[in-house]
Design a protein around this ligand. Structure first.
Ligand SMILES: Cc1cc2nc3c(=O)[nH]c(=O)nc-3n(C[C@H](O)[C@H](O)[C@H](O)COP(=O)(O)OP(=O)(O)OC[C@H]3O[C@@H](n4cnc5c(N)ncnc54)[C@H](O)[C@@H]3O)c2cc1C
Length: 404
């Protein structure tokens, strides 16, 4: 039986591109398929990502970080505050400082265009074979999987990995269903330039209508993720630039001085979606194709990169042992490793959003006391910092900064 590659990857976004690099670093032969391969590097479109410390280690191990480091802003502190627009924040706040853990910054903020460019240019210089076409159909048999492409080609591999995002065709064609729901919120996304330096501090303000995250970018700039009920988000989005800033200012406060918009603004309807299975015969899912969570903790991409590290390790070890990398028991190891962790993340982000996105005085009192308590207990604080840095749980080798 002949194969075009060991592994076919459908979807060359941030997760698919990184997975292709991880697998080739372990000697696997990979074809990366995407109808709209993004080179990145163009003008700033306003979108950015939070990368946990462990995600940075992964990018470093794969040779991506060297191309990104100059454009990444270390997150040195996280401040969490309960508030209402136009009012002084609650005195009960949480402060997490990177100096409380030995490993370094809790994470980094990077503009997506720089991240895409760093991954795409590393892929271009790697043995990964990239094809600009969409996967339109797939079929499996005992020995492998075939993928039909929109340009008429048909490719055969031992396993097909769906990294094709939240509306994954790979999952649908494999009969994998998702469970979840739509939130009554949309996230408004933009970047602002401000007068005063942010000092590497990330802020999370919990407002009754939804959380507002202000995340430090390089220079005097911050990325904004502002969750609002749909109708309110649509109203703010429809405003011109001055109106948008006028709506943002009372929530943002004056601590960074005057603010101005930079790049474009976006709005995303928020949802939670979990694949019932992460694998099917000769198929595995990673990234948003497997799970979409509320952006409240900035963990969506980090969870996808953890899938990458776990799946690459499982397949690399299988290859070293002479196993078929698409065999059901090999893919089952990946599912066992990741599914519980991802479900726990989805439940935690959902509960957090429900607890904080309301104005019930009793809940407000309870969460303020809870935040005050966590802040007063160094052990609890360190635990939360390690969680934000991605240092908890059963870490795959690449997230420990070790080669596969
Ligand atoms: C508002 C918001 C804020 C967020 N903030 C953060 C944050 O701060 N930190 C964080 O870690 N995460 C964050 N996330 C989550 C993060 O953006 C996603 O988890 C991440 O982009 C998912 O990457 P992906 O590669 O899995 O999917 P995608 O980026 O969706 O990529 C999917 C790829 O598949 C390709 N594709 C589609 N169909 C086919 C096909 N038929 N054949 C082949 N290829 C196909 C597409 O062209 C695309 O390139 C946020 C998400 C939202 C909505």
């Amino acid at each position: 039986m002949s194969y075009d590659a060991d592994v076919l990857i459908a979807g060359g976004g941030l997760v698919g591109g990184t997975l292709a690099l991880a697998l080739t670093s372990a000697g696997l032969d990979v074809i990366l398929i995407d109808p709209a391969p993004e080179a990145g590097g163009a003008g700033f479109d306003g979108r950015s990502s939070a990368l946990a410390l462990t995600s940075q280690r992964l990018l470093k191990a794969l040779g991506v970080w060297a191309r990104l480091a100059d454009d990444a802003q270390p997150i040195l502190q996280i401040k969490v505050t309960d508030g209402r627009a136009g009012e002084a924040p609650s005195p009960f706040a949480l402060e997490f400082d990177h100096a409380e853990i030995e490993e370094g910054p809790m994470g980094y903020m990077a503009e997506n265009r720089h991240l895409r460019f760093a991954i795409a240019s590393t892929v271009a210089e790697s043995p990964v074979r990239a094809i600009a076409a969409g996967v339109t159909a797939q079929s499996t048999d005992g020995a492998g999987v075939s993928a039909n492409l929109a340009d008429g080609r048909r490719l055969r591999g031992r396993v097909l990995i769906g990294c094709d995002g939240r509306d994954s065709g790979t999952a649908r064609r494999a009969g994998i269903r998702h469970v979840g729901w739509r939130y009554l919120q949309s996230a408004l996304i933009c970047a602002v330039r401000h007068e005063r330096p942010h000092g590497g501090v990330a802020h999370q303000f919990f407002m009754p209508e939804g959380p507002l995250a202000i995340l430090p970018l390089t220079g005097n700039r911050s990325s904004i993720v502002w969750s609002q009920p749909h109708a309110q988000a649509a109203r703010v989005m429809a405003l011109d630039e001055a109106g948008y800033l006028a709506a943002l200012r009372p929530r943002f406060g004056g601590f960074l001085g005057e603010i101005a918009l930079e790049g474009e603004r976006y709005t995303y309807p928020l949802s939670l979606s979990l694949a019932q299975h992460f694998v099917a015969p000769r198929v595995a899912l990673a990234g948003d194709a497997a799970h979409v969570v509320h952006p409240i903790a900035g963990q969506g991409l980090n969870a996808g990169l953890k899938d990458v590290a776990a799946l690459a390790q499982v397949l690399a070890e299988a290859r070293r042992r002479g196993e078929d990398v698409g065999a059901p028991d090999v893919l089952a190891r990946y599912q066992t490793w990741r599914r519980f962790d991802v479900t726990a993340l989805a439940v935690a982000t959902d509960a957090f959003n429900r607890l904080f996105s309301n104005d019930n005085p009793l809940l407000r009192f309870g969460r303020d006391i809870g935040m005050g308590l966590v802040n007063a207990l160094p052990g609890a604080r360190r635990g939360a910092i390690r969680e934000a840095a991605g240092l908890t749980g059963d870490l795959p080798r690449l997230l420990q900064g070790r080669p596969l």
